[in-house]
Design a protein around this ligand. Structure first.
Ligand code: F0G
Length: 461
């Protein structure tokens, strides 16, 4: 008779509606893959069985969110849904002035246009694709100031999202603080594998930036997941609620860009939040040109209602425990099969180390792009490249060669079950068993910006 050695957790919700999935055959998937130029972004979603492309806008909304949807006020100006969302953001995140945008990059666009002058430098704890592009389009140079540990897929450091203050200080000494309008600090750094920044590091950064008159802009897209890791790992926070940790994080920064499509559990929407009146005023002027009036910013009243409810749900301890728990379950399964993954396991997905998985391919043969294609071919599981293709080219045209060459298995929130996770892990294990036979790819079409979205590839012979 088995003895109880642990007590399992389960999702703090149950299903009320389901969406049926199509199961395809391998020949069907090969055809779809060829038509998509071996780029998982170009696959029709209908041909995907388990879709782990992204956690962005793919969340399942709760019954409470759907009912709030029905109360959406679609007034062009002064919608009551705007005021509800604004108050929720002020209450739970603590920022003063709020501009809704159609999604995160809408906020990045406004912020970059307002704060950056040509020739400026914007440091950040690793880049994110759209964030860096907006900074560059506004005339700035991005400078990576994340700690070195973040670039090593196997380094066990618990806060791989931390800023290396010495790197920042070297930049300040080289170019002068007046050329640095702000530092962009992401919580739960996406490109590093969903890795958190500690509150200790953020406090130190606040002290440093105050001294030098540099603002901190918070990419708060996955702030609640970061807060969960602080609760689990940072000394002194074990008994602090996630919602209080989130408030403390935000209080150490001057403003934020948010893609509500992630943490806030909705399918579309975002916002710019800022404590400085002058920046707010300029954003309120510009948003009208690029997104919509400052009380809807490109989203519907119903979306703002769903965001208001989603923010509150996302800050529940039980939600985050199940959310990150599912990611950890998938990661542990992959580790049982010996799959090389980024550790510690991050908050929004498992990042498979494609360099270690396919050591016989050079980075110019796109190991992560190749692996994403092979996993789809094996099982219809869709993932995303986060390596040399995503990193793109520098403003001078040279390729970036990122140290991390990863395939991201991103988990939408509240969507898939533990059985789906088993199917995913077994598929990766199957591809791993046959890895030596896998050939790389050649890029045959490269778009000018954010090439990973639309680039096309051919299999090498
Ligand atoms: N910042 C981070 C850290 C992100 O992960 C994203 C989007 C954005 C900003 C931009 O937000 O998509 O609403 O415009 N990440 C998605 C992903 C696309 O799949 O990781 P958006």
């Amino acid at each position: 008779m088995a003895k109880i050695t642990k007590r399992s957790w389960a999702e703090p919700y149950r299903m009320k509606m389901v969406e049926l999935l199509k199961v395809t055959t391998r020949p069907q998937r090969l055809k779809a893959l060829k038509e998509a130029g071996f780029n998982t972004f170009l696959l029709p979603a209908e041909d995907v069985y388990i879709d782990l492309l992204t956690d962005s806008g793919t969340n399942a909304m709760s019954d409470q969110q759907w009912s709030a949807f029905m109360t959406g006020d679609e007034a062009y100006a002064g919608s009551k849904s705007y005021y509800r969302m604004e108050k929720t953001i002020q209450d739970y995140y603590g920022y003063k002035y709020i501009i809704p945008t159609h999604q995160g990059r809408g906020a990045e666009h406004l912020l970059s246009k307002i704060m950056i002058k040509k020739g400026d430098y914007v440091p950040g704890n690793m880049y994110f694709t759209t964030t860096r592009l907006h900074q560059e389009l506004a005339g700035a140079k991005f400078v990576d100031v994340i700690i070195d540990e973040a670039h090593d897929p196997n380094n066990p450091f618990p806060f791989k999202g931390n800023v290396d203050i010495n790197k920042l200080d070297a930049l300040v000494k080289k170019v002068g603080a007046s050329k640095i309008p702000y530092i962009c600090v992401a919580t739960n750094v996406n490109m590093a594998g969903g890795q958190p920044i500690s509150l200790a590091n953020l406090k130190e950064l606040r002290k440093y930036t105050k001294k030098h008159g540099i603002k901190i802009i918070h990419d708060m897209t996955r702030v609640a997941e970061n807060a969960y890791f602080i609760q689990q790992r940072e000394k002194g926070y074990q008994n602090t609620k996630i919602k209080d940790i989130v408030k403390e994080i935000c209080s150490l920064t001057d403003g934020a860009t948010m893609s509500a499509k992630k943490d806030a559990l909705v399918n579309i929407g975002g916002f710019l939040a800022i404590n400085d009146w002058d920046i707010y005023e300029e954003a309120r002027n510009l948003v009208v040109a690029y997104e919509g009036l400052h009380t809807y910013g490109g989203i519907a009243g119903r979306d703002m209602e769903a965001i208001a409810v989603g923010i509150v749900e996302s800050l529940s301890d039980a939600h985050q425990k199940a959310r990150v728990g599912q990611v950890e379950y998938l990661g542990a399964k992959m580790q049982e099969y010996g799959i090389p993954i980024v550790t510690p396991i991050g908050g929004h997905g498992i990042f498979v180390d494609a360099k270690a998985f396919l050591p016989h391919l050079t980075q110019d043969q796109f190991p992560a792009q190749t692996l994403a294609a092979e996993v789809y071919l094996d099982s219809g599981v869709r993932t995303m490249e986060r390596g040399i293709v995503s990193a793109g080219r520098k403003p001078n045209g040279d390729n970036y060669y990122p140290n991390l060459e990863l395939v991201r298995f991103t988990l939408p929130r509240r969507v898939y079950t533990q059985a789906h996770m088993d199917v995913v892990a077994e598929s990766v294990a199957m591809v791993y068993e046959n890895r030596t036979k896998i050939k790389g790819l050649k890029m045959i079409y490269e778009p000018k910006y954010l090439r990973f979205f639309q680039a096309r590839f051919e299999q090498l012979k």
